[in-house]
Design a protein around this ligand. Structure first.
Ligand code: NAD
Length: 482
């Protein structure tokens, strides 16, 4: 009988720049603390890009990730110039890593910060929004990037944020969106937050518009606890939060998916420090702590985290956080790791001791899909490239209206310019021309017939977008100025 293997398989990439140094230091700490890991080492990043793999990752690495399902990744360098795709975005989207979890904590008075009480976690939607990367140049003057937000995507990330808050003893979840402007996409995220929040009566819930939310995060981060937000806002906010907390060298992150999860520092490969034994390994080490929790090795995660806090408290600091007077010893990457190892079994005396529950849930099941709504098509927006003014365009389009479809309005960059409109409005060459049947149903064949008449009349239309209601609710925005 072969012995039972209690070790968790993981895929490790040592990355570029400071990556190999900080990953080696971190693995030493994990091993010394008793982490049970079976490591498959892969190569990603600069060398792989330059071998001709446009995403910086090879087929062998995908195979390893499918086998181990856990990716412990050091930062990589993305070569300058066109043709190279972001490895992180590729890995997140390909493997369905739907949640990006980034704790941002201040360690005052041991690490200098203006916000000593800051202790928050940003939970960022990781697959949708503008990161779908669907962009088009539509006219001479106008370029478009599609912002895609799905109900299952929102439900999953919002549920994850509440579950995370509950499992980690957090008290408040704040949702940040721009739903005063994007009423359908960001509005859906906010609505789902309100719906799912009802299942968590013990947690405080708050929604703020992203602009004032970001301002408050920079000014009074101690007022936040768990933040849940869409992909782009989360990307920007988490860098603000890490910077405000003290150093980019101190934060780790988890990218959670159904099949595979990825753990890494938030910073890049810092080529300015590479090969000098100066980089702070804490970001990748704390990502390792998150990984051990994910693997069910929480006692080891707790030992490492507390020893790391004790090291910071003892004033043993790498150059990025070292301050004469406050710090006791300036150390390099390797010596810092050795100092953490020497403190395994110790706990911090001033900073809060970390306690991880035995089985903190780090992943949740996909929410059930809803039955489809009753959908009715009631019109179409014809997007047209046109160099003239709105009156001439309206005349041309009224000539092709027919059947039940009447020209109802024309907007330019979302502002209504016909009927009515103001001479001050600047108009580009990109027009949205709305045809409707007075609110009544429209057959798809009538939309095809309209497009056909537009083509015959030489109207340079570049796309159509159907106007539908879902259970009687309009599924489209109105033009500003209506
Ligand atoms: P960076 O995060 O590498 O460096 C920014 C600054 O922070 C530098 O001054 C650096 O010295 C410092 N710094 C970063 N990590 C540190 C650490 N552990 N200890 C001490 N100081 C640290 O960002 P950048 O300079 O904009 O990017 C460099 C490269 O990293 C680029 O090729 C970029 O594409 C890549 N990058 C990779 C990832 C990733 O793999 N997840 C993320 C961001 C950037």
């Amino acid at each position: 009988m072969s012995p039972i293997n209690l070790k968790s398989p993981i895929t490790v990439a040592h990355g570029d720049g400071i990556g190999p140094e900080i990953m080696a230091a971190s693995l030493r700490v994990l091993e010394a603390a008793g982490a049970q890991l079976e490591i498959e080492t892969v190569e990603i990043g600069e060398a792989v890009y330059l071998q001709g793999h446009s995403s910086g990752i090879t087929a062998e690495t995908w195979d390893s990730l499918r086998r181990t399902r856990v990716f412990y990744k050091a930062p990589i360098s993305t070569p300058q110039g066109g043709g190279f795709k972001s490895l992180n975005v590729t890995v997140r989207k390909t493997l369905g890593l739907y949640a990006n979890v980034r704790p941002c904590v201040a360690y005052a008075p041991f690490v200098e910060t203006r916000h000593p009480k800051m202790d928050l976690v940003i939970i960022r939607e990781n697959e949708e929004d503008l990161y779908a990367g669907i962009e088009h140049r539509q006219t001479d003057e106008v370029f478009q990037c599609l912002k895609l937000v799905s109900r299952p995507g929102c439900e999953r990330i919002v549920r994850y944020a509440f579950e995370y808050a509950r499992a980690n003893g957090r008290r408040k979840v704040t949702c940040l969106t721009k739903d005063n402007i994007m009423k359908l996409t960001d509005g859906l995220f906010h609505k789902v937050f309100d719906e799912i929040g009802q299942d968590y009566p013990e947690l405080e819930k708050h929604h703020a518009i992203i602009d004032i939310g970001a301002a408050r995060l920079a000014d009074t981060p101690e007022d936040f606890d768990v933040i849940v937000t869409l992909n782009l806002y989360g990307d920007i906010l988490s860098d603000i939060a890490a910077q405000v907390a003290g150093s980019v060298g101190l934060a780790g992150s988890a990218n959670i998916g159904d099949q595979v999860s990825m753990f890494e520092a938030i910073h890049g490969s810092a080529p300015d420090l590479a090969g000098q034994d100066k980089a702070n390994p804490s970001g990748v080490l704390l990502a390792g702590v998150m990984m051990l929790n994910h693997l069910g090795q929480s006692p080891v995660a707790e030992r490492i985290h507390n020893a790391w806090l004790a090291t910071l408290e003892d004033g043993i600091h790498t150059a990025d956080v070292y301050k004469a007077g406050r710090s006791k010893a300036l150390v390099g990457t390797k010596a810092f790791a050795e100092a953490v190892i020497a403190r395994l079994g110790q706990e911090p005396k001033t900073l809060p001791v970390v306690r991880y529950g035995a089985n903190a849930p780090m992943a949740i099941a996909a929410p059930p899909r809803r039955p489809p709504a009753r959908k009715e098509t009631i019109g179409v927006d014809l997007f047209v490239q046109w160099r003239g003014g709105p009156q001439d365009l309206a005349q041309q389009l009224q000539a092709i209206a027919g059947g039940p479809l009447e020209l109802k309005m024309i907007t330019n960059r979302g502002v209504k310019v016909w009927p009515g409109g103001m001479p001050e409005t600047f108009c580009t060459d990109h027009w949205r021309c709305r045809f409707m049947n007075g609110g009544g149903p429209v057959a798809l064949s009538e939309i095809v017939a309209l497009s056909h008449r537009a083509a015959e009349a030489g109207v340079d239309f570049i796309k159509t977008e159907h106007l539908c209601t879902f259970d009687g609710e309009p599924g489209f925005s109105l033009g500003q100025g209506q």
